[in-house]
Design a binder for this molecule. Structure first.
Ligand SMILES: Cc1ncc(COP(=O)(O)O)c(C=O)c1O
Length: 357
């Protein structure tokens, strides 16, 4: 007899072993800014008034106010709930929509790897609809599965990781109009793409937007993410969360980041320019195909020799991500935007490899 869930017996535990640890970490779409030195004064100041010995602290209200202001578009405090990273937020939403053993969530594929990990963890089945070869998708086919009896949630990642492209607004709206099922729009890379459906939350009672502080706000190691939806949804999803889920320490950190948001948004602008440069530099090399990107990463292939390039880069202290598991991305790699110098070094190593091979 298994002491733990039998459906998870043969699953892998979440681990970071698949990601190589190298000097140049260009594999997880992180920011290159370490935020603490940039906000330490604001953080230390904010912490003066936080009682870490208490469960409740007013920092929660300050955070709600600042985050609501940042999100804008008439969104109110009751439209926002938060968690320890977008991952944790996704996990909570999956937990909140699961009804029974037949319940499933639907995502386009290829998309964010961990949708399948977290749905599985909460016992929610997971189905996918492949993008077309041109990375567009058939909204009617998507709706057909979404509107089927046991589908509890549609997931759309916008812009999509790991392909980098935005979905068309028309298709997202078409889906929202033609289903009553909840549609989770993952806007983790919103600050890079500038595209959002936040202004449509008031119109669609089934729209749930998830965002992250890991990318534009440099907080991957601190962990903070949030969702925006109509109040009736935030109330339901809140029921699947623990009561004091995000520590006052993290809340104070986010407050300090938001008080200094201009620093991070200015850096994001720079990262967008650097990503564009990386995209055009790579695309100018012979036999390199690069996907359009609205994010802080580039997804590319050099064809049959791609896996050798991946190893070569590792040997030269560059970690990027092999995203080739899905048929549509066979032989594709994903590289996050680094500093100007890191990107130049990355490009030089790709060029060296192409000369050698
Ligand atoms: C599309 C997408 N969603 C969610 C996440 C998780 O973000 P967080 O670090 O906030 O948990 C990532 C991280 O790379 C992502 O790419």
């Amino acid at each position: 007899m298994s002491l733990f869930r039998t459906d998870l017996l043969h699953a892998d535990a979440p681990s970071d072993t698949k990601v190589p640890r190298k000097k140049h970490m260009m594999c997880l779409n992180e920011s290159i800014l370490n935020p603490y030195p940039l906000i330490d004064e604001a953080f230390n100041q904010t912490m003066q008034d936080v009682s870490l010995n208490r469960y409740f602290d007013d920092i929660r209200d300050t955070l709600h106010k600042l985050l609501t202001e940042y999100v804008g578009h008439g969104i109110k405090e009751e439209n926002i709930i938060w968690a320890n990273g977008a991952d944790d937020m996704l996990y909570n939403i999956f937990l909140a929509v699961r009804e029974d053993n037949d319940s499933f969530a639907l995502s386009l594929a290829p998309s964010y790897f961990d949708y399948s990990t977290f749905t599985r963890a909460v016992g929610l089945n997971f189905e996918t609809l492949d993008f077309n070869d041109d990375l567009d998708f058939d909204a009617d086919k998507y709706l057909k599965v979404l509107n089927s009896k046991n589908c509890r949630l549609g997931i759309l990642c916008n812009p999509n990781n790991p392909t980098g492209q935005l979905l068309s607004d028309d298709k997202i709206l078409y889906i929202l109009r033609n289903t009553e099922k909840p549609v989770l729009l993952d806007e983790t890379y919103f600050e890079f793409s500038g595209a959002t459906m936040v202004d449509r939350v008031k119109d669609f009672s089934n729209l749930i937007i998830v965002r992250s502080f890991s990318k534009a706000f440099s907080m991957a190691g601190v962990r903070f993410g949030y969702m925006i939806s109509q109040e009736k949804n935030t109330l339901e999803i809140r029921k699947a969360q623990t009561v004091f889920n995000v520590s006052s320490l993290v809340q104070a950190f986010v407050v300090s980041i938001l008080l200094n948001k201009h620093v991070f948004l200015a850096h994001t602008k720079k990262a967008i320019e650097l990503t564009k440069q990386m995209h055009s530099d790579l695309g100018a090399l012979p036999n390199v195909k690069v996907m359009p990107t609205q994010t802080n990463f580039v997804t590319f292939t050099i064809g049959e020799k791609t896996s050798k390039l991946f190893e070569y880069l590792k040997e030269h202290e560059i970690a990027i991500r092999d995203v080739g598991a899905h048929r549509l991305l066979k032989n594709y790699l994903r590289a996050s935007c680094g500093s100007y110098e890191q990107n130049a070094y990355f490009l030089e190593q790709v060029k060296n490899f192409l000369k050698l091979s």
